[in-house]
Design a protein around this ligand. Sequence first.
Ligand SMILES: *Cc1c(COP(=O)(O)O)cnc(C)c1O
Length: 462
Amino acid sequence: MKYISTRGEAPTLNFEEVLLTGLATDGGLYLPEFWPTLSVDDIESMVGKSYQEIAFIVMSPYVCPEIPAEEFKKIIEKAYSSFRHDAIVPLTQLDSNEWILELFHGPTLAFKDVALQLLGHLFNFVLDKRGEKITIVGATSGDTGSAAIDCVRGRERANIFMLHPKGRVSDVQRKQMTTVIEDNVFNIAVEGDFDDCQAMVKALFNDLEFRDKINLSAVNSINWARVMAQIVYYFTSAVSIGAPARKVSFSVPTGNFGDVYAGYVAKQMGLPVDQLIVATNVNDILSRTLSNGEYKIGETIPTISPSMDIQVSSNFERLLFNLHDSNGSKVRHLMDNLKQSGQFNISEDCLSLAKNSFNAHRVSEDDTKETIADVLKTGGQVIDPHTAVGVNAARKNRSNKEVPMVSLSTAHPAKFPKAVEEVTGIHPELPPHMADLFERPEKFDILPNDLDSLKKYILENL
Ligand SMILES: *Cc1c(COP(=O)(O)O)cnc(C)c1O
């Protein structure tokens, strides 16, 4: 498979290059040149197969034979051996024809593990083959940091420097990062906020000399391999409740648009998806865009679903490229507008195309809490606030009760204990392998909000 940039001006790359590069040199994101499709027979053949087997069927057109099929199978096996449920992503039933897809059984209790555990093993394979080493630098406001650290901890070919805003991530989230004490892991608490952290990381990427010197790499959700890994669970869950004979709908708690975009790709590949619901919290740039075509950056409001407190949804650019018939110059034009004036408008035609594929819904804080309480009362399950946003949007937007509705459950409730306890009175316990999280020693350094200090710190520790 060849990969092209959404802005049409960067070189075409192969899978390994896309994996290591992340962002294209023209500022765009990489996408495969075409969507490989699976026939009804192919999808039927998935019935009764394991997650790992289906993962191979879905992802191999993007990866093989560049990575030999047998090697890729081994990578998939290793990646999902760290999950604590045999089904990897089990489905549980909430109500008649209403389901929850539990994506949080990986090492750090959020759905980001599904993609990042695979990414870690892909990096390992490719870097071993090339005899190279990389330095990963990232900024996190929560879940990405721990999932990214876990995917490379203890690996010889990667060092990771993870920046978080000092005192501004939850205790569970901080501890999940700072109690990883392997030598290749560096946690940095920055005296600033998340935007400061992100600005420093961006500045490092723009410093081409420094970037080359340390072989800088990224694991944020602009990396195609992350989207690719997320396509798989749309297939596994749909097949287990009747696809391809039956259509299935999904509701997806959305921030950066990576997860729900993977659902869109599953549909392009041939999965019979009925509705795809983009569920946002009050940071609703996507639901506004999908209702009136205006993509306009507002101010980020803190909520009880903090992993979706986002104003710029990077992966939306991928959808724009698809809506504009793969015309990179049109995407470039829109992104230039965004840079200059903080907004752009998509055309009537594109908007109606987008509306054919997505329903969008904004969920208030009160509705989120009410849904947590209601799901406990009627279904006996404790769900986290991100999941509740998805369930609420699913219930309000469902067009046909005959079609099964799957809400993606993106985090374990113990990751957000405060909000859950406030609503339900139940303190969600960490799973056994993490029960002693608060007793484990922490390792991190504090740095000022200053680029030169960060550069110095990285060079001294490499
Ligand atoms: C990252 C995250 C999301 C948002 O996913 P996107 O792919 O960025 O849309 C939702 N819920 C949780 C718990 C997350 O960590």
